[in-house]
Design a protein around this ligand. Structure first.
Ligand code: ADP
Ligand code: ZN
Ligand code: ZN
Length: 720
C-alpha cells in the first residue's frame, strides 16, 4: 500500500491535504504537489496509510524536496498550536514560518548572493595602503563610499570578482553581511553592576522552563543582562534567540550583540534580501549561528540547540501580527521556551499589563532594575498646562523657552508628537466645512510639503483647496498639529539649529532610518521632531530634553488599551532623555494636568500605573482578567456585514460562559469604501472560547451569506 502524507499548503482554507507518497519522505520535509491546476510546495505534517479521501481521488506527491526534515518536531508542534489557537490554516502558519526561497522550493542549502560590508578596521583603513593590490583598494574604496552593504556585482563599476573580496575578507577589512563572527580579542564584556548581576544570577539558577519578567527602567542595562546570558549560552554550546521590535533591529543592535558576545550572530528581519534571510534561517536551523536576532516571525525559526529566548521590549505592539495569522510573537516565544524547557526573558521598562499580571500571579519571576546604569539619573518631569494658552502651532511659550535653553547649552532636544503631516483638521471658518475622506469615516490630514490632503487610512489624496469647496470662503483654518507643523515652527524659532524630522513620510525605507539615526547619534542633528518611531530603544547620548507636544491624544482613546499604550509611550519617550551624564528633563504639554495618569508618569512609577490600570481592567472584566476574540467582517454594505455577524452571534446569546458584545459597527465603520462591523466575544474560560471560535470559523468558511464578506478572527486582539 502506498503511504499517505498530510501536507500543509499555503492556501486560504483547510487544514492539510492528503497525498499519496510513492517516495520515501519524513515528517517536516517539503514536497511539491499538484493542487488544482497549480503545483504547490507544502510541508509534510503527518504520515499514515489511511485517508478520508477515496483512493481513486487521491493525487500523488510530485517531488520530495528535503531528504531531512526542514522543520523539526518542536517547530511542527508550535505551528500546530498557533494554527489552533489563532484559528488559522496550518498551511498559512507554515508559510509564515518559512523564508521566501524555501517557500518557493529552493534547496535547503545556503545561497551565494552574499552582500559585503566593511568591518570596523575596514572603515578606518585608507585604500592607498593597499596600493600594491589596486583592485582590492578600489573595492575597499567603493564600499567606503557606499552607505550600505553591496553585492559583489555592485562593487565598482564592473563589479568585483569574489577572489578579490575574499582577499579583503582575509585581511579583516570586509565581511559577508549577516553572518557575523568576531575575533575573540575584539570582544568587550562589560562588568555588570550589582542589580544586573543579581538578575543574571537568578535567571541562570533557574532550571528547565522558566519565564522571567525583566522590568527595568529605561537605560538600566537590560540589554547587557540578555547579552551576558547569551554569551554564557554560547560558551556552553547553546543558541539564543533574541526577539526585538521591528524598529529596534538596527545595525547598531547587531553590532552590539556581536561585540559583547563574540558569538556567531545572524539577523532575521524583513529588510534582508531573500538570499540573506534564507542563509540566516538555515544557519539557525543547522546550529551554525549561536545567536539569532530577529523580529516577530523569527519566533518560528528552527533552532538546533536552543538555550535561551529573549523578548526585548515585550510590551511592543509590533509583536502582534495584524493581518493574516494574527499571532503574538511574545506569547509564542513563551510557549516555545516551555517546549524546549529553557528560560525565556521578557524585558521592558513598561511591561504589558498581561506580563505584569502574570508576574504578580507568580507565573513569571519578576526581576527589577530600578536605576539607570552608571551615573545617569532619572529625568525630571514637569507639566505645562495648555488651558487658555494660545499656541496654534503647538508649542507653548514655556516649552519654547525650555527648548531654547537646552539647545543653547549644546544638547539635543526631542519633540514628540504622534501624528505625521501638518494639521489633522482643515476647517472653513465661515461655513464649518471640514475636509473628510470620501471613502473612510476619517478626516483628511493636510501635508504642506506636497500641498495635499491625505487620508492616513486608505491612502486617498487630493490637493489642498485654495478656498472652501462649499462656500468659496478663503478662511480655511488648519487646527491641531502634526510633525510637519512642529518642524515648520521650529525652523522659524531656531533657524540655525540642525533639525531632523522622523516619521513615516520622511523615513519609509530601512536605510533612511539608519541614516537618520546616525545623524542623531553623531550629534549632527540637534533638534529632533518625531513620532513613536523614536520612542523605542534608541540610545542618544546627548539628548537632554524631551518635549511631549500633546499628551491628551491618548487620554481620550476609545480602545481599552489606549491608556496603557499612552503610559508606555510617554514613559518610553521620556526615557530617551538624559541617558548619560547630562541630567534629563521631560516636559509634557496637556489640557489635563490633573489627570491621574499624567501624575504617575515620573520614572520608576510605571508599576503604579500598571497596578491602577489592572484594577480598572479587573473591574470591567477586560484582559488579562478575561479572554477576548474579535470577529471582524467587512462588506460593500454595512447591512451585509451586520447580518452575517448577527447570524453568527445568535446561538451564543444566553451562554453562561461567553459574553457577546455586539455585533456593532467598527470604530471606523467605513474604510476604503467598505463597511466594517465586529463582534467581540469575551470569556473567562479559554477552552470554551476556543471551542466556540472553531465553530464560528467553520460557519464563516461554509455559509453562503459569508461569501460576500472579508472576515477575520483575531484572538487576543491588540486593539478593538
Ligand atoms: P536598557 O536596555 O535597559 O534601556 P541598556 O542596556 O541600553 O539599557 O543600557 C543603557 C546604557 O548603559 C547603554 O549605553 C549601555 O552601554 C550602558 N551600560 C549598561 N550596562 C552596562 C555595564 N554593565 N557596563 C557598562 N555600560 C553599561
Ligand atoms: Zn465654507
Ligand atoms: Zn480614506
Amino acid at each position: 500500500m502506498t503511504p499517505i502524507c498530510q501536507v500543509a499548503l499555503p492556501v486560504p482554507r483547510g487544514e492539510t491535504y492528503d497525498y499519496l507518497c510513492p517516495f520515501p519522505v519524513t515528517l517536516g520535509a517539503r514536497v511539491r504537489v499538484p493542487f488544482g491546476p497549480r503545483r504547490l510546495v507544502g510541508v509534510v505534517t503527518a504520515l499514515g496509510h489511511a485517508s478520508e479521501v477515496p483512493g481513486n481521488r487521491l493525487k500523488a506527491v510530485l517531488e520530495v524536496l528535503d531528504q531531512e526534515p526542514l522543520l523539526g518536531q518542536p517547530e511542527l508542534d508550535l505551528l500546530n498550536f498557533a494554527a489552533r489557537y489563532y484559528q488559522a490554516p496550518l498551511g498559512q502558519c507554515v508559510a509564515t514560518a518559512l523564508p521566501k526561497l524555501l517557500r518557493n522550493g529552493k534547496a535547503a542549502s545556503p545561497v551565494l548572493n552574499t552582500r559585503w560590508q566593511l568591518t570596523a578596521q575596514g572603515r578606518t583603513t585608507e585604500p592607498q595602503t593597499l596600493a600594491r593590490a589596486p583592485r582590492q583598494a578600489a573595492a575597499l574604496a567603493a564600499l567606503q563610499a557606499s552607505e550600505s552593504a553591496l553585492a559583489a556585482a555592485q562593487i565598482g563599476a564592473q563589479g568585483t570578482p569574489s577572489a578579490i573580496l575574499k582577499a579583503l575578507a582575509d585581511k579583516g577589512l570586509i565581511e559577508a553581511l549577516n553572518h557575523l563572527t568576531l575575533d575573540s580579542h575584539e570582544v568587550e564584556t562589560p562588568t555588570l553592576n550589582d542589580a544586573q548581576a543579581s538578575a543574571v544570577e537568578q535567571i541562570r539558577s533557574a532550571s528547565g522552563f522558566s519565564c522571567h519578567l525583566l522590568d527595568g527602567v529605561t537605560g538600566s542595562g537590560k540589554t547587557e543582562v540578555y547579552l551576558a546570558l547569551a554569551r554564557e549560552q554560547t560558551r556552553l554550546g547553546r543558541q539564543s534567540l533574541i526577539l526585538v521590535p521591528e524598529i529596534g533591529l538596527t545595525p547598531q543592535m547587531v553590532e552590539r550583540v556581536r561585540r559583547h558576545t563574540g558569538a556567531r550572530t545572524v539577523a532575521l528581519h524583513s529588510g534582508l534580501a531573500d538570499g540573506e534571510r534564507h542563509n540566516a534561517w538555515l544557519a539557525a536551523r543547522t546550529g551554525e549561528a549561536d545567536i539569532v536576532l530577529g523580529t516577530r516571525s523569527a519566533v518560528f525559526v528552527p533552532l538546533a540547540r536552543p538555550g535561551l529566548i529573549v523578548v526585548d521590549e515585550e510590551h511592543d505592539s509590533s509583536y502582534k501580527q495584524q493581518d493574516g495569522i494574527r499571532y503574538h510573537a511574545r506569547d509564542l516565544a513563551v510557549r516555545r521556551a516551555q517546549q524546549f524547557a529553557i528560560p525565556v526573558i521578557l524585558g521592558s521598562a513598561t511591561p504589558s499589563l498581561e506580563s505584569h499580571f502574570n508576574a504578580a500571579q507568580g507565573r513569571y519571576q519578576h526581576l527589577t532594575l530600578d536605576h539607570r546604569y552608571g551615573q545617569a539619573k532619572p529625568p525630571r518631569i514637569s507639566m505645562i498646562d495648555l488651558r487658555g494658552q494660545r499656541c496654534p502651532d503647538g508649542l507653548s511659550n514655556a516649552l519654547i523657552a525650555r527648548v531654547g535653553q537646552h539647545l543653547e547649552a549644546g544638547h539635543q532636544v526631542l519633540l514628540f508628537i504622534n501624528r505625521r503631516g501638518y494639521s489633522p483638521i482643515m476647517l472653513c471658518h465661515d461655513c464649518g466645512w471640514t475636509a473628510l475622506c470620501e471613502r473612510c469615516d476619517a478626516r483628511l490630514i493636510s501635508h504642506q510639503r506636497s500641498r495635499s490632503l491625505r487620508c492616513h487610512h486608505c491612502g486617498h489624496q487630493r490637493p489642498i483647496p485654495p478656498t472652501c469647496p462649499d462656500c468659496g470662503s478663503e478662511e480655511l483654518h488648519q487646527l491641531g498639529q502634526g510633525t510637519e507643523r512642529i518642524d515648520a515652527r521650529a525652523a522659524q524659532l531656531w533657524p540655525d539649529v540642525e533639525r531632523i524630522r522622523l516619521d513615516r513620510d520622511q523615513v519609509s525605507r530601512r536605510g533612511e532610518l539608519e541614516a537618520a539615526l546616525e545623524r542623531i547619534r553623531s550629534g549632527q542633528a540637534q533638534l529632533i521632531i518625531g513620532t513613536q518611531m523614536l520612542a523605542k530603544g534608541h540610545d542618544f547620548p546627548d539628548l537632554s530634553l524631551v518635549g511631549i507636544i500633546d499628551a491628551d491624544q491618548g487620554l481620550y482613546g476609545q480602545d481599552f488599551r489606549a491608556t496603557e499604550q499612552l503610559a508606555q509611550q510617554i514613559t518610553q519617550v521620556a526615557g530617551r532623555a538624559g541617558r548619560r551624564d547630562i541630567p534629563g528633563e521631560v516636559v509634557v504639554q496637556t489640557h489635563n494636568p490633573e489627570h491621574p495618569l499624567l501624575g504617575l508618569l515620573a520614572p520608576g512609577r510605571y508599576a503604579r500605573i500598571a497596578e491602577a490600570l489592572l484594577a480598572e481592567r479587573e473591574q470591567l472584566a477586560w484582559p488579562p482578567y478575561a479572554r477576548l476574540a474579535l470577529i471582524r467582517a467587512e462588506a460593500s454594505t454595512a447591512q451585509t456585514a451586520m447580518n452575517v455577524l448577527e447570524e453568527i452571534a445568535e446561538p451564543l446569546f444566553g451562554s453562561d460562559d461567553i459574553d457577546v458584545l455586539g455585533p456593532a459597527p467598527a470604530p471606523m465603520e467605513r474604510r476604503g469604501g467598505r463597511y466594517r462591523c465586529q463582534l467581540l466575544l469575551r470569556s473567562h474560560k479559554r477552552s470554551v472560547l476556543q471551542a466556540q471560535l472553531g465553530h464560528i470559523r467553520q460557519q464563516l468558511e461554509t455559509r453562503p451569506s459569508a461569501r460576500q464578506l472579508r472576515w477575520s478572527i483575531d484572538v487576543d486582539p491588540q486593539s478593538l
